[in-house]
Design a protein around this ligand. Structure first.
Ligand code: HEC
Ligand code: HEC
Length: 247
């Protein structure tokens, strides 16, 4: 699981530092120092877009999204050669991938279908893990968010099919607020290596595409779901041009 380290704010950017501190001073992340509840709360009457985005965060990591500890045992259906173990294997993305695999465009499912699928002997998600109140969001995400990524990401080449020059203005005016102009204001530490946005995008553009559209579970990050996917993938193309090395 990734640990927040905020690339130790080498650049001293005030906005990123405020975010990092509010996160650290409130480990539950439910209500940050600014008094809002973007991470752990929900609107009283959520829009459909909010639910799709919520579902996308649950898909990426329901444990981070719900601020819960996952099972210690690896998921019995997780492939032996999958490379992960323990709680991480219970993330939807661990088995279905950032391109959504066979789920892409397979629906629509009803909420009852999804509930039955996730509680069945294959998936084994209990009410304690994924409560009934999250099923509507997961269903909307599966039906509307988990679209085929092939028009946007060239998997074989590991490249975004977007146009970097078109993504640059979006990056500079949205993502840079937290990630910095060179993508190195926040660093991602997986216990072994430190990576930055640029390196993440080179390693796994589909993951960055997902994160940009649905936000990062458990973190105060924006979700661009309401922008056309073609625009988001232009941003991913620009992120693929950012530096990948330590400064
Ligand atoms: C440990 C592996 C694993 C995890 C974790 C996992 N799945 Fe699955 N899932 C499968 C397999 C295997 C199938 C059946 C083959 C397929 O459709 O890919 C499946 C099928 C499905 C289906 C299609 C069922 C059908 O037949 O129409 C849906 C929907 C689904 N999963 C949703 C999810 C969601 C949402 C999550 C996270 C909350 C999740 N899965 C987590 C392994 C997993
Ligand atoms: C309001 C602040 C904020 C904005 C704006 C923002 N992010 Fe983030 N982003 C974060 C935080 C916080 C994290 C979590 C850092 C961590 O894992 O320690 C994060 C993590 C990520 C990750 C996950 C990296 C990983 O492997 O865990 C990706 C990918 C990402 N952001 C992409 C983007 C893109 C692309 C944009 C612009 C569309 C963007 N972000 C805009 C705050 C932001």
């Amino acid at each position: 699981m990734r640990i927040w380290i905020a690339a130790v704010l080498a650049a001293g950017l005030a906005s990123a530092s405020a975010i990092a501190q509010s996160h650290l001073s409130d480990p539950e992340g439910e209500v940050d120092d600014a008094g809002h509840d973007y991470i752990g709360g929900r609107p009283d009457h959520p829009s459909e877009a909010w639910k799709v985005v919520r579902g996308g965060k649950l898909y990426a990591d329901w444990m981070e999204a719900l601020m819960k500890k996952g099972p210690e045992q690896s998921h019995p259906a997780y492939p032996a050669d999958g490379g992960e173990s323990g709680a991480a294997t219970w993330r939807c993305a661990a088995c279905h991938g950032w391109d959504y695999g066979a789920l892409a465009g397979k629906g629509p499912w009803t909420e009852a279908d999804v509930t039955a699928i996730l509680r069945d002997d294959r998936h084994r998600y209990t009410e304690d893990m994924l409560p009934a109140e999250e099923m509507a969001a997961l269903t909307l995400f599966l039906n509307k968010g988990a679209a085929n990524t092939a028009p946007y990401i060239d998997r074989a080449a590991g490249k975004s099919k977007g146009v970097a020059a078109q993504g640059q203005p979006y990056y500079e005016t949205i993502c840079a607020a937290c990630h910095g102009y060179d993508g190195r204001t926040l660093g991602f530490w997986d216990g072994k290596t430190l990576t930055y946005l640029g390196s993440e995008a080179v390693q796994d553009p589909a993951k960055v595409f997902h994160m940009a559209r649905f936000g990062h579970p458990g973190e105060p990050m924006v979700a661009l779901y309401l922008l056309p996917p073609a625009t988001v993938v232009d941003i991913v193309a620009f992120v693929q041009t950012l530096p990948t090395d330590d400064r």
